[in-house]
Design a protein. Structure first.
Length: 96
């Protein structure tokens, strides 16, 4: 989460890139409890490649450093490979 939007990084050649270029509407699904029985869904508009401050990118890598390591990568490798930022500005929330 950064400046009112979800901040996600992807590979520039990812299939989601042309899909979002054609239609920027996006949905993000999250488990709301440890068992995964409750789900929240945010829908909104995705913006590809917005400028993200160096500080925000560093905080992202710091936050997810443990998960990146579990993937067998380093923060530097991750930043090179997943170099395209996507900002999803939420408009609606639903849960079930």
């Amino acid at each position: 989460w950064h400046e009112g939007a979800f901040l996600i990084y992807t590979m520039p050649a990812s299939h989601k890139v042309p899909n979002l270029q054609r239609n920027p509407r996006a949905a993000l699904h999250f488990s709301a409890d440890p068992q995964g029985d409750d789900v929240v869904v945010f829908t909104g508009v995705a913006e590809l490649g917005p400028q993200v401050s160096t500080e925000a990118a560093a905080l992202y890598l710091q936050k997810y450093a443990e998960g990146i390591a579990r993937l067998g990568s380093t923060p530097e490798e991750f930043a090179r490979e997943y170099s395209l930022a996507i900002r999803v500005t939420p408009e609606k929330l639903r849960g079930f």
